[in-house]
Write a protein that binds this ligand. Structure first.
Ligand SMILES: [Zn+2]
Ligand SMILES: [Zn+2]
Length: 351
């Protein structure tokens, strides 16, 4: 038998695996179990570094030169920034005078392609130089080809704004491999984060992928283009989406490793001070602001709401038979933060 032909044994295995995945999704409505455990991550003992991985300059279609853009983020107390111009590489070496032990520039690019008029944008983080955008005879193939182009030079890919011009969604992203990061919140005014008219929002797409068992983490970004003139809802201004990464040091490799392992939260305005996970408990500690009030929603497979809390920390106790749990914190002005999913160990892995 050639390695590519599936015999009866492989077909049976595939059937079993498929059934398990489906059971996982359905299991969230099953009765309580006493032996469930989270897959507990290493404690978040590093420092939290605020950063933005998607922004533009005059090197492509932004309105401000790279040095001024970098200065905006440094002045607003970001710890790191990726300048991600369309198919243009801005070398951070040329901006070395702006960096210091508290502000890091990570080289990157928005690898910008299309399929049949549909935009396919994949960011490459921590790149050694320019990555040529690729095309393919299919939409899925185009997304995959550009993810692969970033991986081939040992960069970290993230899938950008799926709902921009309603380009692609769950069906396509299910078929793409070798990515860990998906934009679930993008600050650009035309990217349709929330979906509509029957098309799911990007957060719901994320839940569909997680329900499948995929390890995909949700990031928030600015996609800023406009640093000049008026700051207004219909302009692509900075400061609207970021990640806060827990890493041992402010160094590109450490930041990339933390991102690819989900050691961060994403934010559109809410700050967290800690995330504590133990065998059967998640605590989300909110860095409260003035007299703002907060509601935390715990979400599981299929986007099902597992619980809500108005306390700080917000606590989720694991009793249900669920496959993963993540939290969305919303403040009294509608700003949000999203923690990464914590996965529940399969039965066979409980000691
Ligand atoms: Zn884009
Ligand atoms: Zn962009």
């Amino acid at each position: 038998m050639t390695p590519n032909s599936a015999g009866p044994a492989q077909a049976l295995l595939l059937l079993v695996l498929t059934s398990c995945t489906a059971d996982n999704g359905r299991a969230d409505t099953a009765s309580a179990r006493s032996d469930v455990r989270f897959e507990v991550p290493e404690p978040f003992s590093g420092s939290w570094y605020k950063g933005n991985t998607h922004t533009h300059t005059t090197a492509s279609d932004g309105d401000t030169p790279p040095d001024e853009v970098a200065r905006w983020y440094r002045d607003h107390r970001y710890a790191f920034l990726v300048l991600s111009d369309h198919n243009t590489f801005v070398d951070p070496e040329s901006l070395a005078n702006l960096t210091n032990s508290a502000f890091l520039l990570i080289p990157g690019q928005e690898v910008t392609s299309s399929f049949d008029g549909t935009p396919v944008h994949v960011n490459g983080l921590n790149l050694p130089g320019l990555v040529e955008a690729r095309t393919s005879p299919t939409l899925v193939g185009t997304v995959q080809a550009n993810v692969d182009a970033v991986r081939e030079v040992e960069g970290v890919p993230h899938i950008n704004h799926p709902n921009f011009r309603w380009a692609f969604g769950t069906t396509e992203l299910r078929q793409v491999e070798r990515y860990r990061l998906l934009e679930i919140h993008n600050g650009h005014p035309q990217v349709h984060n929330r979906g509509g008219g029957g098309t799911p929002g990007v957060e719901a797409v994320w839940d569909s992928l997680l329900t499948d068992g995929r390890r995909v983490y949700g990031i928030a970004v600015d996609d800023a283009h406009h640093f000049q003139g008026e700051f207004a809802p219909d302009r692509a201004n900075p400061g609207r989406g970021w990640v806060s990464v827990n890493a041992p040091e402010l160094e590109p490799g450490a930041i990339m490793e933390a991102l690819e392992n989900g050691r961060f939260y994403a934010s559109g305005g809410v700050e967290l001070s800690d995330i504590v996970v133990s065998n059967r408990r998640i605590e989300v500690h909110i860095a409260t602001r003035d007299d703002f009030r907060y509601t935390t929603t715990f979400v599981g497979a299929g986007g099902r709401v597992l619980g809500r809390s108005v306390e700080n920390p917000a606590v989720y106790e694991l009793h249900d038979d669920v496959s993963y749990v993540r939290a969305r914190v919303e403040d009294s002005m509608g700003y949000e933060a999203w923690t990464q999913p914590v996965f529940v160990l399969p039965d066979t892995m409980i000691p």
